[in-house]
Design a protein around this ligand. Structure first.
Ligand SMILES: [Zn+2]
Ligand SMILES: [Zn+2]
Length: 254
């Protein structure tokens, strides 16, 4: 289980953990507690990595139930997740390749504890609000770090969002939920998502919303959009906005 996690200090209290370019987790160090946001793929002991940075008690929160965000939970005793993703996380925990490795190394997924919209995580000098954002998955959450004005979004808002998955909501539902989130622009300047190497500007929220609206209001776009080939099949990819970001989606699930 070699060295894969590369740590980058982004601010006084924020560390980015890059798991071999395949997934990104974060550590927020308060005065009394530290928070791990997503545990990544699990090949390297993320708990050890975190202990190298802080000796404070650790709380683990998963932004959603996908394998590339939860598998490192095996190095902790518990993890928080929105209950709407419990089933999905269980399904991903049962993937044979992962289950076999857990057996081989005598590890198991710790229990998931529920975390809900409106809850506040107080780390001492660092306060994070839990915001439910169904879209990429039903139980996706964002965490708004008040003092630093940073929004952690997991895969719920990123530059190449996967909405073609069976567990994803429709593009219209995503647009509605992003619209409800617009108030956050007053409270955050930056975004840190689940596959990032650095900060994104908060304008990504509006850009994604407009990209989703474009897709909803422009049926001919679907004709023009290129195919998106991924391990689950062939779907579509809509390129939008000045930065040429992408929404991957399923035809018939707009
Ligand atoms: Zn995901
Ligand atoms: Zn992901």
């Amino acid at each position: 289980m070699g060295k894969r996690i590369h740590v980058k200090k982004l601010g006084e209290r924020i560390y980015l953990m890059d798991d071999a370019g395949e997934a990104t987790g974060y550590l927020v160090v308060g005065e009394e507690k530290a928070l791990v946001i997503d545990t990544m793929i699990g090949w390297e002991d993320v708990n050890e990595v975190v202990k190298g940075i802080t000796t404070l008690p650790i709380m683990v929160v998963n932004t959603h139930g996908h394998c590339d965000h939860i598998y490192g939970n095996v190095y902790f005793e518990e993890a928080y997740l929105h209950p709407d993703d419990f089933e999905l996380a269980q399904e991903h925990s049962n993937f044979p390749e992962f289950a076999d490795l857990c057996n081989k190394y005598g590890m198991k997924m710790p229990p998931f504890k529920p975390i809900l919209d409106g809850e506040v995580i107080d780390l001492g000098g660092a306060t994070l609000d839990v915001i439910h954002l169904p879209g990429h998955t039903k139980g996706g959450i964002c965490l708004l770090y008040r003092e630093e004005r940073v929004l952690f979004t997991g895969d719920g808002i990123n530059c190449h969002i996967w909405m073609q998955l069976e567990e994803s909501l429709t593009i219209s539902e995503l647009a509605d939920n992003l619209e409800k989130l617009m108030y956050v622009k007053e409270k955050a300047d930056k975004i840190l998502h689940g596959h990032a190497q650095d900060y994104e500007d908060i304008s990504l929220l509006t850009e994604l919303y407009l990209g989703a609206k474009e897709l909803i209001e422009c049926p001919e776009c679907i004709e023009q959009d290129e195919d998106y080939i991924w391990f689950g099949g062939v779907d579509k990819k809509h390129i939008y906005g000045p930065k040429k970001n992408a929404i991957c989606y399923k035809v018939g699930k707009i």
